[in-house]
Design a protein around this ligand. Sequence first.
Ligand code: ACO
Length: 402
Amino acid sequence: GIELGKLLASTGYITYDPGFVNTGSTASAITFIDGDAGILRYRGYPIEQLAERSNFIEVSYLLIYGELPTATQLEDFTTKIRRHTLLHEDLKRFFDGFPRDAHPMPVLSSAVSALSTFYQDSLNPFDEPNVELSTVRLLAKVPTLAAYAYKKSVGQPFLYPDNSLGLVENFLRMTFGLPAEPYEIDPEVARALDLLFILHADHEQNCSTSTVRLVGSSEANLFASISAGIMALFGPLHGGANSAVLDMLEGIKAEGGDVARFVTRVKNKEKGVRLMGFGHRVYKNYDPRAKIIKRTADQILAKLGVSDQLLDIAKELEETALSDDYFVQRKLYPNVDFYTGLIYRALGFPTKFFTVLFALGRLPGWIAHWREMIQDPATKIGRPRQIYTGEKPREYVGLGER
Ligand code: ACO
């Protein structure tokens, strides 16, 4: 494939493939997807087995290093991450510069970008010990940065990490805890969030991961590349879909809960009206992650005693769409984000924060891809071509003659 690509490039032919629907940008050994069969595997392990039996730290290790860790490797990895959860005190002040109602995604991306200034030893992407250190720093500090972005938005004081806790528990405490009050962690809530992180941890060459690789292909360091990936995830057609689903469900509820009317608007292709949380570039069958999440949504809402009218609307919407020819013909099924927002909401997160939770989950996948890209001898700087559609050559016209 690579040789054929080189040959075609030398003849001057260009492949025109908007949205890279059929362009393989890289070889990768990390994640396998069969979109027609609804299969997802990380390093060969089915997502269903990882969701049931593994945890987020172990899955992060698997994605980044290629194998499940031994007990000693897992303990060593976990200890290293625990040691790096604190932020430099000056980095905390960084948050003061943002307006209080700022969206947490650009705040998080800026803070991750700023890590390059605090850790200037990270600038050489080929310095393997430092890449290792940057990996651990990211996995440890991004949850702290995310919790601080939340604290900033609600005007509460930042909490230092408590390293006697696990990664997810620590994140929950830094987000929802208060300095003067003990914060009790509900293990079922922590497990639900851990599960959601596992399900989001990688998804091969999606928009944000491709962004991380493209930025990294210029030999920009890990922090810079991941900061860019976070911004790619921000958009409503990608990670922003989880917030957009909630906004959509709220909108339907506010207009009297008429699901059929909303579906008609979608089918009429009214501008800006899509069935958010439905459809996927690769899955033309039920997204295997959505199946797991739907079950979790039912369980966690029942456990927390939340009766959410939005869950009823979501279920009705799914049933209506799945039995409607418009969606069947286009192979549109619920994707990972159709039900996640309802769980995040039940856990107490505001809608604006949902995409940050996606970023926390996707982080090990981005890191794994950046590292695979940097180590791959076939990597070249990403530089697509174009089909020029502009003016033919013409003479410059002076200002007075235009
Ligand atoms: N609602 C209504 N119609 C849809 C939807 C949808 N959610 N998704 C696709 N379609 C229709 C399109 O209008 C198009 O119809 P047409 O052939 O009559 O023009 C057809 O299905 C094909 O759609 P494309 O836009 O070509 O599909 P593409 O692969 O480019 O888009 C995407 C995939 C962006 C995910 C799209 O399905 C979408 O916008 N979904 C809603 C947003 C969303 O949930 N994003 C999250 C994706 S998963 C993730 O990032 C975690």
